[in-house]
Design a protein around this ligand. Structure first.
Ligand SMILES: O=C1O[C@H](COP(=O)(O)O)[C@@H](O)[C@H](O)[C@H]1O
Length: 256
C-alpha cells in the first residue's frame, strides 16, 4: 500500500519530508556507511532547502559528508543554466553548505562538455551518467509529480513510451520532452523499482486533477501511477491539503 502523508502547512510538510529523509539516511549509514540518494528538480528543490537547510532540527541530523547525491533526471543544459536541476540544487542547498563551511556531499553531475552538441552526444551523456550510478540499489529516490503525471523525465504518451518500456538501461536520453527543455536524461523504471525507498512530494491546487487520475482513477498510462504500482509498500507521498482537496483520499501524517 502507498502511504499518503497530508499537511495543511508547507513548513510542516517540509519538516516531515526532512524527518523521513534523515530516517532513511540513518538506515543506510547503519547498513553500508553511506547514503545514496537521487533527487528530482522542479518544486522539490524548495522543499529540500526548507527541510535540510532551514529546519534547525532536521539540518542538525544530516550527515552531508556521507551523502552521494544523484539526479533522477537532468536537463541537457549547462550546469549554471536556470533550467539545470543541479544548478537549482546548488543555488538552494549546496551554496549554503559552502557558506557554513560544512563538508558537503559527493554530487554526481552530467558531463557538461557534451551538452547541446547533438544526438550522439546526448546518448553519450546518458551512458556516462549511467556508469556513475551506484552498484547497489538507491537508498532513496525523491520524486516530483508533473501536472501531466510525469515523474523524473518519464512522460506519458505514445511518443515517450520508449522510456517507460525500457527494461535494461538505467539511464536514458529523453528527447522531444513536452516540457522544455527538450533534451533530458532520466533514470528508468527498473532503477525506481530496485530503490529501497521512493517518495513523491506534490503541493498546490494545480495537482488536484492529476492526483485524482493517479489515486482514484488509477490511470495506468501515467508514469506516477506506474511507479506507485511497481513500488507498492515502499512508496510515500507527501502532499499538502490543497493538492488533495475534495479527492477523498485516505491520508495520515508521517511518523517514525
Ligand atoms: O521537469 C521536471 O518536472 C518534474 C515535476 O516538477 P514540479 O515542479 O511539477 O514538481 C520534476 O520532478 C523533474 O525533476 C523535472 O525535471
Amino acid at each position: 500500500m502507498v502511504s499518503i502523508h497530508e499537511y495543511s502547512n508547507s513548513n510542516e510538510l517540509a519538516t516531515s519530508v526532512g524527518t523521513f529523509i534523515v530516517e532513511e539516511q540513518n538506515k543506510a549509514l547503519k547498513s553500508h556507511g553511506k547514503f545514496n540518494v537521487a533527487i528530482s528538480g522542479g518544486s522539490l528543490i524548495k522543499v529540500l532547502r526548507e527541510a535540510l537547510v532551514n529546519d534547525a532540527t532536521v539540518s542538525s541530523q544530516v550527515e552531508w559528508s556521507k551523502w552521494h547525491i544523484y539526479f533522477s533526471d537532468e536537463r541537457l543544459v549547462p550546469l549554471e543554466h536556470e533550467d539545470s536541476n543541479y544548478g537549482s540544487f546548488k543555488d538552494a542547498v549546496l551554496e549554503e553548505l559552502t557558506r557554513k563551511q560544512v563538508i558537503g556531499p559527493v554530487v554526481y553531475t552530467i558531463n557538461e562538455s557534451l551538452v547541446q552538441e547533438g544526438k550522439s552526444e546526448n546518448e553519450k551523456v546518458a551512458k556516462e551518467y549511467e556508469s556513475l550510478l551506484p552498484d547497489e540499489p538507491f537508498d532513496l529516490i525523491l520524486l516530483g509529480c508533473g501536472p501531466d503525471g510525469h515523474t523524473c523525465s518519464l512522460f506519458p504518451g505514445e511518443a515517450h513510451k520508449y522510456l517507460l518500456e525500457e527494461k535494461t538501461r538505467q539511464v536514458m536520453w529523453c528527447h522531444d520532452s513536452p516540457k522544455p527543455p527538450s533534451d533530458r536524461i532520466t533514470i528508468t523504471l527498473p532503477v525506481l523499482s530496485a530503490s529501497k525507498a521512493v517518495a513523491f512530494v506534490a503541493e498546490g491546487s494545480g495537482k488536484v486533477s492529476i492526483l485524482d487520475e493517479i489515486f482514484n482513477k488509477q490511470n495506468q498510462e501515467l508514469p506516477c501511477t506506474i511507479v506507485n504500482s511497481e513500488n507498492d509498500g515502499k512508496t510515500r507521498w507527501f502532499v499538502n491539503s490543497d493538492a488533495v482537496k475534495g479527492l477523498g483520499l485516505k491520508t495520515g501524517k508521517y511518523s517514525t
